[in-house]
Design a protein around this ligand. Structure first.
Ligand code: NAD
Ligand code: DAU
Length: 332
């Protein structure tokens, strides 16, 4: 049995990961989370108190981080400012949380010799042309486009440097776009589902041609556990489930699943610097560590996600009006 410290465990992927770990292993979990606008205590409701605890605190604060790292067998670092549109409005918390926060954790795991897994994104590789036959691999050069992705790239490079210079026992995973329960309504799929539930039309940026490579959050969790168990220290693993779809296709699927005409959406102002396409080649993770996703069918995963938002209005409702007001101010 191991004691995991999970940063950002009250966010979307972190809370799914905590549930997955408690379900699939006998590890104990301590979550360290600042409960920013993106963190939600309710995402952790009902977890067993003998195996789970929540510490509300800041990963940028060494005095908070140090004793928690000292008491952990491994740290899994999800905490971040995660939304591209927010990073275009105000990059500053992205710099401090994503870079200084990661630095603070790396110094703590260096002091205590603790195993560390760093959660990152495919966005560090920039974007691909729609017809590019290549996908991102572990060898693709870094080329981030946004304040968000450049700070994630910076944090990945800190991890690599701490491995090489100080022998920190770390692995990194770069995953594609996640969907599933407990995702904030600022993100694409929950925004459109909750718009339809509210009788509003989905909003597609630009022409809706941008492609994302969708993976269910539970498959991301199983990949991270696999890397923690069997990953080679110092290595990077790309995580993806061959789920490429353009945004228009996703909106049409959501509308179809929710009994609406599939053209009942609006085209709105595009995102500045909008990455065209992401696509992950996860061969290394599959062949070297034997991982495979469980959600092979995006449409059934999406249908379950629609049902989850239908059934959990009390979870998402408090965030909806403020989120839509921010988008409306930008013509989105
Ligand atoms: P999220 O925004 O839903 O959750 C982030 C969590 O971090 C929140 O609970 C928030 O309160 C917490 N947090 C923020 N600043 C903090 C601080 N200074 N100290 C402590 N806690 C803080 O994000 P998410 O979508 O769940 O993403 C989690 C991680 O996965 C991020 O590192 C992100 O870059 C990465 N990632 C996300 C995706 C995706 O599709 N969402 C894909 C690949 C990688
Ligand atoms: O690729 C992994 C990344 O996926 C993660 O690193 C990020 O943390 C996560 O937020 C996500 O980034 P994206 O920018 O791809 O996700 P988002 O949900 O914001 O948007 C997905 C696509 O949908 C993108 O092409 C922009 C578009 N979009 C988004 C919104 C909110 C719309 O067309 N309309 C919208 O209303």
């Amino acid at each position: 049995m191991s004691a995991l410290l999970v940063t950002g465990g009250a966010g979307f992927i972190g809370s799914n990961f905590v549930r997955h770990v408690l379900d699939q292993t006998d590890h104990t979990v301590t979550v360290l989370d600042l409960l920013t606008y993106a963190g939600n205590r309710a995402s952790l409701d009902g977890l067993p108190p003998e195996r789970f605890s929540l510490v509300v605190g800041d990963i940028r604060d060494a005095a908070t981080v140090d004793p928690l790292v000292a008491g952990a067998d491994a740290v899994v670092h999800f905490a971040a400012e995660s939304h591209n549109d927010n990073s275009l409005r105000d990059p500053s918390p992205f710099l401090t949380t994503n870079i200084i926060g990661t630095y603070t954790l790396l110094e703590a795991v260096r002091r205590h010799g603790t195993r560390y897994h760093h959660i990152s994104t495919d966005e560090v590789y920039g974007d691909l042309e729609l017809d590019d036959p290549e996908r991102f691999t572990e060898q693709t050069p870094y080329n981030p486009s946004s304040p968000y992705s450049s700070t994630k790239a910076g944090s990945d490079l800190l991890v690599r440097a701490w491995v090489r210079s100080f022998g920190v026992r770390a692995t990194i995973s770069n995953c594609s776009n996640n969907y599933g329960p407990y995702q904030h309504v600022e993100k694409f799929i929950p925004r459109q589902i909750t718009n339809v539930l509210d009788g509003d039309r989905p909003k597609l940026y630009g022409a809706g041609q941008n492609v994302r490579d969708w993976i269910h959050a539970d498959d991301h969790s199983s990949a991270v556990l696999t890397i923690l168990d069997r990953g080679t220290l110092g290595e990077t693993y790309l995580v993806g489930a061959d789920g490429e779809r353009d945004n228009r296709q996703v909106v049409e699927e959501i509308l179809g699943l929710m009994g609406q005409p599939t053209d009942a959406y609006d085209l709105v102002t595009d995102r500045a610097g909008h990455d065209l396409r992401y696509a992950i080649d996860s061969t290394k993770l599959r062949t070297e560590l034997g991982w495979a996703p469980a959600y092979a069918d995006f449409t059934s995963g999406l249908a379950a996600t629609v049902d989850w938002y239908r059934e959990h209005e009390a979870w998402w409702r408090p965030q909806k009006a403020r989120t839509e007001a921010q988008y409306a101010a930008q013509g989105q």
